[in-house]
Write a new protein. Sequence first.
Length: 240
Amino acid sequence: MLKKSIPSREVVSSKYDEIYSINGELRDSNAFYQWVLSKLNPKPGFHLLDVACGEGHLLRFAHEMGLHPIGIDLSYIATKTANRVVGNNIALVSDGEYLPFPNQTFDYVTNLGSLEHFVSPERGLAEMGRVLKPDGWIAIVLPNSYYLLDIIWHVWRRGYPVSHRQIIERFATAGEWRDLIQANSLVVYRTYKYNMRFPRSLEDWRWYWRTPQKMLYFILSPLTPFNLSYSFLYICRRAN
């Protein structure tokens, strides 16, 4: 693999402001955020932190479930949008590698498709573990370096790997991500494959209309082996 220099956090923050100035550029379907929350099975009244919350769509559903959610993101544009989406000032600008919260603050922590873009994923994992309560749960979604359709449509046809068009990108296998998580004070209890979710609302159908290739991912999901899936959801706890 060709190595690339890692940009500064200031450069990363500025780049994400550009990306989030395009509404909906990095969002997933509503069904995805609801699915992640269902795997955490959170209790109403408990506290949840969404690290790299983007436009706040998971925060919105967490709030509707009776949780007390807080989101942080490097991008000012993202947090501004998130507060509008949720209808509450619960998102703030902060670095996921330096969380501005005391130890053992949250019952649940989520990080969806963003750890791979951190300057230091190891530090991000350590910080998520630090602010999690001893009996809390963490949900982390990470991309597969060997997604079946990427191998066919990008590597086989063009000879280049897939890109998510972000300033820092990392891909790994299910086992490699698990090893990284567990090397940084967390324990993986369950792992799920993710190949898109069935649309549950008109808003979901509109999302698929804007990104039709994702509908193909969903249609082929039953035929996609676990280790060749689009991405993985890891449900984790702090190591003892």
